[in-house]
Design a binder for this molecule. Structure first.
Ligand code: KIV
Ligand code: ZN
Length: 515
């Protein structure tokens, strides 16, 4: 029988901490459920000591999933470890993931400590974590730039103290595949108790080698891969889950390992993430990009018609690239929508289904075909928005050629006074263009003047009647926030995204006050 490679997904931790990928609680929970359906073995749900929001999210995810292991990241500090355990202990299978850097450059400049002191901190941290749960992972941050002999010493100590998984991160994406594979072989052969732990790798993509390094390490004997959907993560991201999985799957002859991933859920999972964070999948993205299975050249098309295997090493069906079986349209009833949502992996209550149903009916009046992406965008819009303090009720914009001063008239529902019934506020304002007019009018209404750092608009599907998905990044008094909104009218989508970003700032302010 082939060995199993455990898939440790860190989309909700390393992925979520990257710019533009912030998710609210409901979005995180729905992603965690999707990851469970995909078949990952471990979800890293967050970094509980980082903030109250992270702690709450990890707790909620731990409570919401089934048998899947839920890891909480923590520095090698007793207080961090306790905080992580307090959050993950609600899971059926909790894991503590503690880390400390082992490279000379990190030990000297981040900690100003000698290697012996770091070794002692690692020992103490793992010992404490192992007193709370038998499922302890230890990571030697910046392992690929650490001295191999010192790294081996730390790894041996961590296993002695009770770590059952040893993670070797290529934190800065510096390693080269052959060299990284050799490091894993060296550790497996040199560390006397290496057979007592699963060796794991966590590769960043700074030189575009995250997946290659992960695969080289698996070939050398690593049996856990830390990955993220679509490769999101710090800087250039992490090794992409779908790429690692399809390499192992397509080249089973070469790797001879198994995973528990249900490959047919790969594309729906990446699409779910893209819709949630409002960042579309690049058409050239391996495995899940729109062009990944498109054959354009005549010679290729001819070959494909004769035998698909001429140019196709895997099928679109194997990654779940096909429509789901229930098609939603103008005449679909609520039950059909309910079944569709379940098929897509959403668990919504009746009120949420009713809100999505109403939005789909409105959209179906304007749009010929309703795609899964449309349903997903509406679910996020209607069911998973963070609790709004302001909501767009009415909006009209006037703009045109030179000589016309673009202006916006907006009515907002204001829930900020704390009552269930919102107060309506209205305002008219001018701007250099229609979006500028909308944003500056909203600023007047909410009494803020944030700096717009980024504005992007993408079509949710193809077709001229597609919904627009807008993402904004704003900074207000040093606080950064991201907002997303979708609508068949891109100006309305822009207003929703801007209000969403402001709601998040208000929410952070409230959380700070409560804390
Ligand atoms: O990149 C890294 O080293 C990490 C560790 C905390 C595992 O994310
Ligand atoms: Zn990382």
């Amino acid at each position: 029988m082939s060995d199993k490679v455990y898939i440790f997904d860190t989309t909700l931790r390393d992925g979520e901490q990257s710019p533009g990928a912030t998710m609210n609680m409901a979005e995180k929970i729905t992603m965690a459920r999707q990851l469970e359906k995909l078949g990952v073995d471990i979800i890293e749900a967050g970094f509980p000591a980082a903030s109250q929001g992270d702690f709450d999210a990890v707790t909620k995810i731990a409570e919401s999933v089934g048998d899947i292991q839920v890891a909480g990241l923590c520095r090698a500090l007793i207080s961090d470890i306790d905080r992580a355990y307090d959050a993950v202990k609600h899971a059926r299978n909790p894991r503590i993931h503690t880390f400390i850097a082992t490279s000379d450059i990190h030990m000297k400049h981040k900690f100003n400590k000698e290697p012996e002191q770091i070794l002692e901190m690692a020992r103490k941290a793992v010992r404490h974590a192992a007193s709370l749960t038998p499922n302890v992972e230890f990571s030697a941050e910046d392992a690929s730039r650490s001295r191999w002999d010192f790294l081996a010493q730390v790894v041996e100590a961590a296993i002695e103290e009770g770590a059952t998984t040893i993670n070797i991160p290529d934190t800065v994406g510096y390693a080269q595949p052959e060299e990284f594979g050799k490091l894993i072989t060296y550790l497996l052969e040199t560390v006397p108790n290496s057979d007592k732990a699963v060796f794991s790798v966590h590769c960043h993509n700074d030189l575009g080698l995250g997946v290659a390094n992960t695969l080289a390490a698996i070939k050398a004997g690593a049996r856990q891969a830390e990955v993220t959907l679509s490769g999101i993560g710090e800087r250039a991201g992490n090794a992409a889950l779908e790429e690692v999985i399809m390499a192992l799957h397509t080249r089973k002859d070469y790797y001879d390992v198994e995973t528990s991933i249900v490959t047919e859920h790969l594309f729906p999972s990446c699409r779910r993430l893209a819709t949630t964070i409002g960042q579309p999948i690049s058409p050239y993205k391996a495995i899940v990009g729109a062009n990944a299975f498109a054959h354009e050249s005549g010679i290729h098309q001819d070959g494909m018609l004769k035998n698909r295997q001429t140019y196709e090493i895997m099928t679109p069906e194997s990654i779940g690239k096909k429509g789901t079986s229930i098609v939603i349209g103008k005449h679909s009833g609520r039950n059909a929508l309910g079944s569709k949502l379940t098929e897509m992996g959403y668990h919504l209550d009746d009120t949420q289904i009713a809100a999505v149903f109403k939005a789909i009916k409105t959209l179906a009046d304007k749009k010929e075909e309703i795609f899964d992406e449309d349903v997903e965008a509406l679910v996020l819009e209607e069911a998973y928005r963070i609790h709004d303090l302001y909501r767009v009720k009415e909006l009209s914009v006037f703009s045109g050629t030179a000589g016309v001063s673009p202006h916006a008239a907006i009515v907002l529902e204001d829930f900020s006074k704390g009552s269930e019934d919102p107060v309506q506020i209205q305002e008219v304002g001018f701007g250099g263009g229609p979006i500028n007019a909308v944003f500056s009018t909203i600023n007047k209404m909410v009494g803020r003047d944030p700096k717009l750092e980024l504005y992007s608009v993408n079509a949710v599907t193809g077709g001229t009647d597609a919904q627009g998905a807008v993402m904004v990044h704003i900074t207000d008094n040093g606080v950064k926030s991201i907002g997303r909104g979708s609508d068949e009218d891109i100006i309305v989508a822009s207003a929703k995204a801007y209000i969403n970003a402001i709601n998040r700032i208000e929410r952070m302010k409230q959380e700070k006050q409560n804390a």
